[in-house]
Ligand binder design. Structure first.
Ligand SMILES: Nc1ncnc2c1ncn2[C@@H]1O[C@H](COP(=O)(O)OP(=O)(O)OP(=O)(O)O)[C@@H](O)[C@H]1O
Ligand SMILES: [Mg+2]
Length: 402
């Protein structure tokens, strides 16, 4: 059994790293599991579109899902999109690797094997995957969407015969360029709309089965607008999964589990303080939790540890806020400052404009960009109120006037 020390600190501040304990997200996870079960039964399931602010836990959700599904014998491919637009090459290479590992790569048609080579540079020969690492081809094939669709369809047929499900996970989808958005999502749609018709031997009834191919795409909140700007209807055809901050119950349970994993326990006061300081924002949870943990060595994390740790963490949170505010125009910053000064219940475009001595109509583009492009504000409920996306940003703006 581990005991509390800096070495046993269970918190891992950062991005895209798998946390020691996976907290919350029960509803989202249950939905993903149902999606896989239904696909396994041959029932169509729409793609999931996971959106949320930086550091809210999109990558972590995908990684946790991937780990669980791999263990359950599903075939999972995952690619993060980079501004370079190589996500299709990466997915095709991973698909080759998964099919090879499952011993079915040799059953792909010559055309599909050629597709893998043209899309990703990976060669599958008679003895399986060529050992040398492939370099993606300099030019993509003329019919990239068609090649990818064929590959996905053949792989999904093989998954069906193997009694499993093919899962395609795409992260950082806001980075996918327009041409790639079109190719990737039309291929995915083609594969997802394929049907296999089976006749029930006893009743003679014809039953339509979808191919078992599930799709989960994650990105920043502007992703839906990005997809439709690229002319794709993928956003509208998907089921949205909007990730927000942890609620209090998940946060409390998560923090207790973290402490146990590190060989310690929070006393009740310390727990409340850490909850409040993190605002339920996953990235902050790790930054605050980590400092609070290291503020003492006793097996009980005390109120004094929490106070000292939160004070030590505040410079890191401030740096994060500053980073998020960088690159804003003067008007946008004034808008946020004015919103922060108002009581949360009064944060309407009208009241904010009043603070700035103008009309809300003249500021419409300012608040739209703060909501859409920057993701710093969001509409809160139906009464036109705006709220800060990032917990504590309003307090930060109030205490750091320029
Ligand atoms: N469910 C969770 N339980 C515990 N820790 C989590 C959870 N979700 C996220 N975290 C932690 O929060 C941090 C940020 O998470 P993650 O990198 O997944 O965010 P993201 O939404 O992918 O951000 P970005 O948009 O920058 O890629 C990581 O340190 C991660 O370990
Ligand atoms: Mg991420």
């Amino acid at each position: 059994m581990e005991s509390r020390s800096a070495a046993s600190n269970p918190f891992t501040p950062g991005f895209g790293n798998l946390p020691r304990v996976f907290a919350g997200r029960k509803g989202e996870f249950a939905d993903l599991r149902v999606m896989v079960d239904r696909l396994a039964a041959g029932i169509h399931e729409p793609p999931r579109l996971v959106t949320g602010d930086r550091g809210i836990g999109k990558t972590t959700l995908l990684l946790e899902f991937e780990t669980e599904q791999n263990e359950a014998g599903r075939w999972v491919v995952r690619g993060a999109a980079t501004p370079g637009g190589t996500v299709i090459a990466r997915l095709a290479a991973q698909l080759a690797e998964v099919l090879d590992r499952r011993g079915v790569a040799g059953r792909l048609s010559g055309a599909a094997l050629g597709g893998i080579r043209r899309l990703s540079g990976v060669e599958i020969g008679p003895r399986g995957l060529a050992a040398e690492s492939a370099t993606p081809p300099a030019t993509s094939p003329a019919d990239r969407a068609g090649e990818l669709a064929r590959l996905l369809i053949e792989a999904a047929h093989l998954a069906r015969e193997g009694g499993t499900v093919l899962l395609v996970l795409v992260d950082e989808a806001q980075n996918i360029d327009r041409a790639t958005v079109g190719d990737l999502f039309s291929a995915v749609q083609e594969a997802q709309t394929q049907v296999v018709i089976e006749v029930d031997r006893r009743s003679g009834a014809r039953l339509r089965h979808s191919l078992p191919i599930g799709v989960v795409v994650a990105g920043l909140p502007g992703l839906v607008a990005h997809l439709s700007a690229a002319g794709s209807t993928f956003g509208e055809r998907s089921k949205p999964v909007e990730l927000g901050v942890f609620d209090d119950a998940d946060l409390r349970e998560g923090l207790r589990a973290f402490a146990t994993a590190g060989g310690g326990v929070f006393d009740a006061d310390a727990l409340e303080l850490v909850m409040e300081a993190s605002g339920g924002y996953p990235y902050f949870l790790h930054v605050v939790g980590s400092h609070v943990w290291n503020a003492g060595t006793g097996s009980v994390v005390t109120r004094a540890d929490a106070e000292a740790g939160i004070a030590a963490a505040s410079a890191y949170l401030d740096a994060f806020y500053e980073e998020r505010l960088r690159g804003l125009g003067e008007r946008q910053r004034q808008y946020l400052d004015a919103a922060a000064r108002l009581d949360p219940a009064d944060r309407t475009p009208g009241r904010i404009a009043e603070q700035l001595g103008t009309s809300s109509r003249r500021l419409a583009s300012t608040w739209q960009s703060l909501v859409g492009r920057h993701g710093l504000l969001r509409s809160a409920g139906g009464d036109g109120r705006l709220a800060f996306e990032l917990p504590g940003l309003d307090a930060y703006l109030r205490r750091s006037p320029r």
